[in-house]
Design a protein around this ligand. Structure first.
Ligand code: ADP
Length: 698
């Protein structure tokens, strides 16, 4: 196609060139023909002129003046030898031939016909060239060149030379015309006088009509015409203004078109050879290009599959550059995929080393990643698990709801959440057994698709342990309650009996007995206090009543009322700041404040106790402080004082059961809050309770 695209304009240009060249050739040939015709006409005119000069010279002969016609004939015969003429005839104005070099002098001579009595010769006294005529005596065509002979006043004779067409033909031959050109000499009437070809056949015939018309009308010109023998010719003609005779030269069209065809054939041959060479070269180059591209297609394909690419040396530079680029891309891809493989292996190793089961599913909730721990939990080996729906790992009755939950999670903005928020989650293993699980789900979005990762663990053991703990706690609570409750009345009896003994049998006992009785009733009182406290603690292990806003001012006031006597006894001062409304259980909070105020009053040093109850906001919480100026607590005991029965003092120094702060911590925790102490030994203590604020600020 490329070769054709290049060749077609060249071929068209060649055709145009050939056509242009043909036109130029034709114009040139016609020009040449015109020049040759001109010189032929000149030659004819020259011949006429020289014959006329000879005749003029002969006409001035004194023999004619003297009337010596016999002598004149002899002279004329001599002149004739140098003339290209057939005879010389002297004619009187009457038409009577007086001398004719063709017949011996004295023979009877005819009165000549029309051609010799040429009009104008006698009248106008000027030379004449006749048209061609047929000489009956000679039985041939000929023409005459005649000059007038005058005696000084009038024309006395006509002296004419008869010329045969062959003379003109000889002149034509001398013109060295190209052999195939058809040349013809016409007289003033357009009759053929001489011809280069088939002269015998055409002398005396009229020119072809087209040419005859042009000969009459113009002195020179060119035309396309057909010769009498039927040859198509390009013709140039020239007519002599003096004699009216003309020469026409016909160049056979075929001789020009032959050249044209030759040029065309040569052009076709050359173009054909060039085209063939071009095709061969283009084919060669084209097959190298396509070969290179085919060679490159294989590695390009291999590259798509991530295979290592090797490109053989190719046939041209650009293909080699592309080949090298493919090789480099393949190497890069190879490195990248090796890195990805290493990364995958690392990820798998990390996943497999995880304690928890990790399962990743695609948008259709089908497993795509499944670690070793998952296999251990569910019993399915990874190769069987991958591709299964996630619902496979869930008891049948939860499956639909679970699928919907995951979809809903996929549509929400949260990237992560715990599962089973609305109830306990159960898994299903390969053997069809259900077991409790703890799980969280997270999602990532890749190209508009969600991938979910579920991290879960089997909590069968933990659930069992919790259930066991709950059971034992319940048992313990029951026991503590029963024990403390059932202990109370015998203790009270013991205390009461001891008092009765002390009062009623006061005289019967010695001091030691009375001392023992007092210790007995003190021990009973203490034991009673202990059982009370334990009972309270046991009560707090039960369910938390519904929360309500609790005004801390009320709770503190109630506690202070209960503490009225001890405060007075200790000479303590209590100041209460602005206190908030918090969320909680009123009775429990009163109990908490009661314990803290009791301790603040109890654990004082030399100074009278000063207690300050204040509150401050910390975010959503309120921190309520109960501060005293008492003995303080070494920081190393700050934690343990909140444990049951942990006391820092002997009962003799400061009374107490070691349960009060444990109750405080339980109450704080039940309200969703915390309790802690800030204190240094000898520098007073500040107990702080953080509680959730109610919507209505204090
Ligand atoms: P107790 O019945 O002994 O008061 P608590 O549980 O109320 O039991 O207190 C535990 C221990 O914490 C106390 O024995 C005491 O040593 C210490 N403690 C409690 N409150 C204060 C306080 N305000 N100042 C100093 N020490 C205190």
């Amino acid at each position: 196609m490329l070769v054709l695209a290049c060749a077609i304009p060249a071929v068209l240009a060649a055709i145009l060139l050939i056509a242009y060249n043909f036109q130029r050739e034709k114009a040139h040939a016609l020009e040449q023909a015109h020049e040759l015709a001109q010189s032929a006409v000149n030659a004819v005119d020259r011949d006429f002129a020289s014959t006329q000069s000879a005749l003029y010279a002969l006409g001035t002969s004194d023999l004619l003046e003297k009337g010596d016609l016999a002598g004149f004939q002899q002279r004329a015969s001599r002149v004739l030898q140098n003339l290209k003429a057939h005879d010389i005839v002297l004619t009187a104005p009457s038409g009577q031939q007086l001398v004719n070099t063709r017949v011996p002098f004295g023979s009877p001579l005819p009165v000549v016909g029309q051609p010799v009595r040429v009009k104008g010769l006698f009248d106008a006294d000027r030379p004449v060239v006749t048209d061609l005529f047929y000489g009956k005596a000679l039985k041939t065509h000929l023409f005459g060149i005649a000059v007038p002979v005058s005696d000084g006043t009038r024309v006395t004779h006509a002296l004419a030379a008869g010329v045969m067409p062959e003379t003109v033909a000889a002149m034509l031959r001398q013109q060295n015309l190209p052999r195939d050109w058809i040349a013809a000499v016409f007289d003033s009437s357009g009759t053929i006088v001489a011809r280069s070809h088939q002269m015998d056949e055409f002398v005396g015939k009229k020119a072809s009509p087209g040419l005859r018309e042009r000969l009459q009308a113009e002195t020179h010109g060119t035309l396309d015409t057909v010769t009498l023998e039927g040859v198509k010719v390009y013709t140039a003609f020239v007519r002599s203004p003096s004699s009216g005779w003309a020469v026409a030269l016909g160049i056979p069209r075929r001789s020009l078109t032959n050249q044209l065809w030759l040029a065309v054939v040569v052009a076709i041959a050359v173009v054909g050879v060039l085209l063939a060479t071009g095709f061969a070269t283009a084919w060669h180059i084209g097959s190298r290009i396509s070969g290179s591209i085919f060679e490159l297609a294989k590695p390009a394909f291999a590259l798509g599959y991530g295979a290592k690419v090797t490109v053989p040396p190719l046939y041209f530079h650009e293909a080699n550059v592309l080949g090298e680029t493919l090789s480099t891309a393949s190497a890069l891809l190879h490195d990248a995929s090796a890195a990805v493989a290493r990364h995958d292996a690392r990820l798998t190793a990390i996943m497999d080393s995880a304690m928890d089961a990790i399962i990743t599913v695609d948008d259709d909730q089908r497993v795509i990643l499944y670690n070793r721990a998952a296999a251990a939990v569910f019993g399915w080996p990874p190769e069987e698990a991958v591709g299964r729906p996630l619902s496979q790992f869930i008891p049948a009755r939860f499956r639909d709801a679970h699928v919907r939950h995951v979809e809903a999670f996929g549509q929400r903005n949260r990237a992560r959440r715990g599962m089973g928020e609305s109830g306990e989650l159960l898994g299903l293993n390969r053997d069809g057994q259900e077991f409790p699980i703890e799980a969280s789900i997270s999602k990532i979005n890749e190209d508009g698709k969600n991938f979910y990762t579920v991290v879960l663990r089997d909590i069968t053991e933990r659930v069992k342990a919790r259930q066991a703990l709950e059971r034992s706690n319940a048992d313990l609570r029951q026991f503590a309650y029963v024990a403390s409750h059932d202990l109370k009345s015998p203790l009270r009896s013991i205390g009461g009996i001891a008092q009765i003994l002390e009062h009623s049998y006061h005289g019967a006992l010695d001091a030691k007995g009375i001392g023992l009785l007092r210790r007995l009733s003190a021990a009973a009182a203490r034991l009673e206090q202990l059982t009370d406290d334990l009972l309270q603690l046991a009560d707090l292990e039960g369910e938390v009543p519904a929360f309500a806003p609790v005004d801390c001012r009320d709770a503190v006031q109630e506690a202070l009322q209960l503490m009225e006597q001890p405060i007075r006894d200790a000479g303590a001062t209590v100041t209460v700041g602005d206190l908030p409304v918090v969320m909680g259980v009123h009775g429990e909070l009163t109990h908490l404040f009661l314990n803290l105020i009791a301790n603040a009053v109890k654990y004082h040093g030399q100074q009278a106790p000063e207690v300050r109850i204040t509150a401050e906001r910390a975010g959503a919480e309120w921190v309520i402080s109960v501060a005293d100026n008492g003995i303080g607590i070494d920081p190393k005991h700050h934690e343990r004082i909140f444990e049951v029965f942990n006391r820092l003092h002997k009962v003799g120094d400061y009374g107490g059961t070691g349960i009060g702060l444990a109750i405080c911590r339980t109450i704080a925790a039940r309200q969703g809050g915390r309790i802690w102490v800030e204190s240094q030994e000898g520098k007073g203590s500040t107990f702080k309770v953080a509680l959730r604020g109610a919507a209505v600020p204090a």
